[in-house]
Ligand binder design. Structure first.
Ligand code: HEC
Length: 174
């Protein structure tokens, strides 16, 4: 074999090696990129839903159930502490003691809702959570679809129960 032939072969194989290196590098970058994108997408999907409730998991509540069941079936317990309801110890939303807090909400100069009574305020809070945001709590957490899950009777019973609850730690109750 002549020197010339060997040189040509060497050059060809080093070109081939560089090509393989390049392909390997591109594949590596693509793999890393897809991992990175995947983790970003997974985060996007899980963060806002972390405390949210899947409407498909919430059955219709007719209002004929016992009171605790009305709240637990609807999933309120996952986010709210409700005195007298077993297992209702959620911390995402405010403790539901509307006998104490209801009048404060209606008297808040920032209140822009339609409710005139605490009873109406409770129903409004459930059907259109955007009407008033309790300060200090996440704005988008409370589900917006309860109107499709709760009968008028269930809403009435919830409102009647919640407005009867007062926080014993309120100074005016001592
Ligand atoms: C995924 C969490 C979540 C679920 C489930 C949920 N809530 Fe809420 N709720 C919140 C948050 C957060 C707030 C406070 C922010 C706001 O005003 O929207 C709130 C506010 C309220 C208020 C106003 C309380 C106040 O002190 O003024 C009422 C009443 C209420 N929820 C009732 C219910 C009832 C009844 C259910 C079940 C049918 C329920 N919520 C289900 C998160 C939730």
């Amino acid at each position: 074999m002549s020197n010339h032939d060997r040189d040509a072969r060497d050059r060809r194989s080093s070109r081939l090696a560089r090509l393989f290196l390049l392909i390997g590098g591109v594949l590596l970058v693509l793999t890393l990129l897809s991992f990175w994108l995947g983790s970003i997408l997974a985060q996007k999907q899980s963060t806002p839903q972390a405390s949210a409730l899947d409407p498909a998991l919430v059955p219709l509540v007719t209002g004929t159930e016992p009171i605790p069941e009305i709240f637990t079936r609807a999933g309120c317990s996952a986010c709210h502490t409700i005195p007298g309801i077993p297992g209702a110890e959620g911390r995402v939303g405010p403790k539901l003691v509307l006998g104490s807090t209801g009048p404060l909400r209606l008297g808040d100069p920032a209140y822009r809702g339609q409710a005139k009574t605490v009873h109406e305020y409770v129903i409004e809070s459930i059907l259109s959570p955007g009407a008033y945001m309790v300060p200090g709590f996440p704005a988008q957490a409370m589900p917006r679809w309860y109107g499709q899950k709760l009968s008028a009777g269930a809403l009435e019973k919830m409102a009647a129960y919640l407005e009867s609850l007062a926080d014993e730690q309120q100074p005016d109750n001592r």
